[in-house]
Design a protein. Sequence first.
Length: 378
Amino acid sequence: MYMLIGLGVSSFIILLSGNPVECFEILDAMQYQANLKYISSNFPEHVMIYFESSEIVTIIPIFEKLKILELYQVFIGQVYVPAFGKFLFYNINSDLITNLSSLIVQIGMAGVLFLISKMYLKIVFNIQYTKIRTFIYCNKMLCITQQIAFLVHKINRLSLGINQMMSLQGVVYIIKANCWDLLFKTMLYLYSEKENNLRNQIQDILAQSLLVSVLVLVFYIFKIKDSQMALKKRKSLCYDGLNVAKKILFVLVLIGCQKSQLLQSILLSLINSIYLTIIVLGKMVNSKIDLIIILMFEIPVIIFTLLNICHEETYSHFLSLQSQVMVGFGQIGLLSFGIMAPLIKYGHQIKSKLTILIKRWKKYKVNQKEQAQSSLFI
């Protein structure tokens, strides 16, 4: 639980440091693992406790505290549509409009942040930039001036990062950040039994439109030709498209195969295995560290889903209760190992930046020493 809370705090710190992409990767990893609890498997109690701890690290309690969701429900209304299978066990509401409340609030907040960053950058760079630089330069000996310069630099990076999200690459990242939640809630609604009324007719159109939009985006990404952009950038974009396509298949099997635990576990492992095979053979990842992080995160999930067969009713009687408990601890260890992958990547980036800063600092010291020595002969 403490590790998951640490991941949530780390993602917020990473966002404030001006790295929204890394923040989304951590949130994406947490959503990915949170959805594994819906696998139609009789998990041991300690595995279920691990999954329940992941519910602590969400943004929903913040919205509830600020009464934002209540305001949303006043305008839209709240309807309960019962789910099925493992979703019924967790008392999941299948109503799409109700489930999209947090996403709509996030989009609204993102829009507000984008407008604020636009206004800030316009004021700082077009109007006050020269004055701020002059003030910092004239008072560079003051400690508070250095702190102001550092703060302005961080705000600039964050504002530029938010603005960069409003590109094709940015749209892909935004969809990636919410893809698990969006696909899960959309497909859960489509698979659930519901009444034929006006609200559900609107939700049918909304659900189908969301799925078609995601599929069109994935198709568009794979259709981009080499001549339209650099090969390295195209590979990176194709990887993002492949990632979204994998999520579609994963959620489809997760929701559509609730009645067959064995088939579900095998298909989920197969989807991730094919996903990794395409990445490795197609050389879709440019950096070795990125490939290592992907393998470090996905392989534990593959093993986790295969180990679910041990909890399947047909095969569970071949194992003793103690053996099933040990398998459960092994599954927790696998997921705990995999969830650290995004943080390791960010730690590697920090290490690289620190190495560059240390080299610059050493070079600066050498230059100062050379200038001091040369001044003796003037």
